[in-house]
Unconditional design. Sequence first.
Length: 139
Amino acid sequence: MKIICEKSLENFEAWSGGKDTMDDLSHSDCERLEQHIEELYPDGITDTQLNDFLWFERDTIADLLGYRNYEALAEQDDEDWEGHYRTILNEEYDEEFEELIDEWVSDESSENMSDKEVKEQFQKYLEDHLEEEEEDDGE
């Protein structure tokens, strides 16, 4: 059976060496690489093909993204994951939650969550935080 689905590169659940490569990609790297992959594979790509591409074509990936080599890509330290989290959450929640968003993002340690996981984790944080406030108000 063949099942075809459409998903963003950031939400792709890579394994083995493909996962290692994904861990080295910033948010903007993923967005740009996704565009290149769509051009390279206009008819689509299987999970295994994508994982193998991520795993075995690291120098190609670095070249596509404008790095001098894969080591330069892996050593980059310019990922603005905090800014990305804020952007995702500001789209979902209004200004009323801005202070809580800033607090949650500054305390959050995982830099590799998908957009969906960011929203789920923040929702849980909000629920916990609001329960604490209600308990404090009840005292």
